[in-house]
Design a protein around this ligand. Structure first.
Ligand SMILES: NC(=O)c1ccc[n+]([C@@H]2O[C@H](COP(=O)([O-])OP(=O)(O)OC[C@H]3O[C@@H](n4cnc5c(N)ncnc54)[C@H](OP(=O)(O)O)[C@@H]3O)[C@@H](O)[C@H]2O)c1
Length: 272
């Protein structure tokens, strides 16, 4: 199977990481388009692609177009492209959202473009190093053949582990991803602020708690969440939990978050 030429629409976090990974894996990035022309030009230069003035112009230049734009922008952008593109023969388009099925691309499908979903179950920051997160990542795919086969091959080529997303409840699936990828970051920020309010210096709080989180991830790599759980909820130290709750009384929201997580932690430990 030949590697299709690629257009990236949206040179943001996910779009840039995928453009870099695909190019390194031997794919030709034919075009880049985005809202801010400077961002599109910059990524285009890096991956030796052509920056285009319009999104439809990018789709015209490639066999596979990746709509790497915010979730709410996918459907309006797809219909804008469908209205202004010239030819759809042999063209495919995917979005990267884990929370949506192929529906936001319906207007492109109606115009004769094959459509699908390519969802890296991974988190990307803006910096170029974000591409290093891709190897070993699960990549969810929802498409009909032959696009399904092509996306599976692309996922494998960039070092990912493709899996089938058809039949999966996208909203529940994506909520799971957000819980673990995003809200751990929020929890770390809350924990750092709490440690600082207790009298620990900013850098020590950050470095120390980050190392602690690394230890937790190491434990989770080796065993199940139930076995990896340590701390007062796992030990049954209820008086320690009560003292924590008392200390958090000045921040009722954080106190509530703590209480709910303690409750779920006890339930996890008691699960058969
Ligand atoms: N980041 C992740 O960790 C991650 C992981 C998996 C999946 N995804 C999915 O990838 C997609 C993009 O997310 P992201 O995190 O990469 O977002 P992002 O960093 O905010 O980048 C979004 C890109 O879309 C462009 N854009 C925004 N509004 C636009 C519009 N109205 N018309 C055209 N282009 C527009 C932005 O243009 P400018 O260059 O002008 O800002 C930017 O280049 C989403 O569907 C998301 O669910 C993201």
């Amino acid at each position: 199977m030949n590697k299709p030429s690629i257009a990236i629409i949206g040179p943001g976090r996910a779009g840039s990481a995928l453009a870099r990974a695909l190019r390194t894996s031997g794919y030709v990035i034919a075009a880049v388009n985005g809202r801010n022309p400077d961002n599109a030009r910059q990524l285009a230069k890096e991956v030796n692609a052509r920056p285009t003035a319009t999104a439809a112009g990018a789709l015209e230049l490639a066999e596979l177009t990746i709509l790497a734009v915010p979730d709410d922008v996918i459907a309006p952008l797809a219909s804008e492209i469908a209205q202004s593109m010239c030819a759809s023969d042999g063209k495919s388009a995917v979005h990267l959202s884990g929370a949506q099925d192929r529906a936001p691309l319906a207007s492109l499908r109606a115009a004769g473009v094959r459509t699908g979903v390519f969802h890296p179950l991974q988190t990307f920051r803006k910096e170029p190093e974000a591409v290093n997160n891709i190897p070993g990542s699960a990549i969810g795919i929802d498409a009909d053949s032959p696009l399904h086969d092509l996306l599976t091959r692309a996922a494998t080529d960039i070092g990912g582990e493709p899996f089938d997303l058809s039949g999966v409840d996208r909203v529940r699936y994506h909520a799971a991803a957000v819980l673990v990828a995003n809200y751990t970051v929020t929890l770390l920020a809350e924990a750092e602020a709490l440690a600082q309010s207790a009298g620990i210096g900013k850098k020590r709080a950050h470095d120390g708690l980050l190392r602690l989180l690394t230890g937790t991830v190491n434990n989770l790599r080796a065993t199940t969440p139930k076995e990896a759980l340590t701390g007062p909820a796992a030990r049954g130290d209820d008086s320690t939990i009560q003292r924590h709750l008392d200390a958090l009384a000045s921040d009722p929201t954080l106190q509530q978050v703590y209480a709910l997580l303690a409750q779920r932690s006890r339930r996890l430990k008691e699960a058969i």
